[in-house]
Design a protein around this ligand. Structure first.
Ligand code: GDP
Length: 294
């Protein structure tokens, strides 16, 4: 993920290093190249604009231009601004005191919700919680079976209500968690291929019925430019507290991942990079920024 962007940035930085002292024109040229590299990686154009403006202003200061190692300072500033773009600090999953704690997952169909639900359950189980998975995606025929298979694999109970009203299933699932002494509930909800009113209305109805402690939106890192419209639509209608970025192991441009925090103000909490239950990692903005810069 984002390897092309990494390579491009490294190329730009080595060009700057080879120059020794840097002029204003050198910085401007480098910023133009960075802008292009980000756009080609599918970072949202508004985000690119803000990022480049902030970075350029700092790089054009006399501290950088007059320093003995200007290229190094430029790299530091880009790293710092990239970390800022990604959210600066880690945003861990904090469970409230309510038992069971209810986590609801939303997102488009195919974004990786069902997989992420199981990964989250696995993670919570590792942390000595006793999660329950609720199969709330009643439209995609195989979704409940898929969740059941994943639940069996990781040894987590799955509540399913095959083909019935997802609001009722969510409510009954929470009751099932109480009856079976589960302390965290993860609700997998239905997504559609595109943002539509029915999907939002259903998510809102589940939200209203079970009052989740937090809602996490699962976003496919390979969505491209459209990711911004999708997350904005969810933020406007059901709202959510954080993002699980899935498919970070993909080879696509992945710039959507870099845009979300700036556009929605919502933190990325986890990244998922594979199909195995243990491939859900806490998202660290600084590590990600360092990885991109190489
Ligand atoms: P849902 O429709 O949102 O519930 O999406 P699914 O959880 O069914 O995921 C859609 C497809 O993406 C499935 O084939 C998953 O195995 C795959 N998938 C989910 N997360 C990841 C990931 O992090 N990496 C990869 N490579 N594939 C993933």
């Amino acid at each position: 993920m984002l390897e092309n962007l990494s390579e491009r940035l490294q190329g730009i930085f080595s060009g700057l290093r080879s120059k020794g002292r840097l002029t204003e024109e050198d910085i401007n040229a480098a910023m133009r190249e960075i802008r292009l590299a980000l756009l080609e990686a599918d970072v949202n154009f508004k985000v690119v604009k803000v990022f480049v403006a902030r970075t350029k202003e700092r790089c054009l200061s006399s501290e950088v231009l007059d320093s003995l190692t200007p290229a190094q300072n430029v790299v530091k500033i880009v790293l710092d601004e990239l970390t800022e773009l990604l959210g600066r600090t880690d945003s861990r999953l904090v469970l409230g005191s309510r038992i069971p704690n209810v986590i609801m997952l939303v997102g488009l169909q195919g974004s990786g919700k069902t997989t992420a639900a199981a990964k989250l359950a696995y993670r919570l189980k590792q942390e000595n919680h006793s999660p329950l998975l609720i199969a709330g995606d009643v439209y995609r025929p195989a979704a409940a079976d898929q969740l059941q298979t994943l639940g069996d694999e990781i040894g987590v109970r799955v509540y399913r209500g095959d083909g019935r009203d997802p609001v009722a299933i969510a409510k009954e699932g929470v009751q099932d968690a109480i009856d079976n002494l589960r302390d965290v509930v993860i609700i997998d909800t239905a997504g559609r291929l595109h943002v539509d009113e029915d999907m939002m209305a259903e998510a809102a109805a589940i939200k209203e019925a079970v009052k989740p402690d937090q809602i996490l939106m699962v976003v496919d890192a390979m969505t491209g430019q459209d990711v911004v419209n999708v997350v904005e639509a969810f933020a406007d209608s059901v709202d959510f507290d954080g993002v699980i970025m899935s498919k970070m192991d993909g080879d696509a441009r992945g710039g959507g991942a870099l845009s979300i925090r700036e556009v929605t103000g919502k933190p990325i909490k986890f990244i998922s990079s594979g199909e195995k239950p243990d491939s859900l990692e806490v998202f660290h903005p600084d590590r990600m920024a360092k990885r991109i810069l190489g």
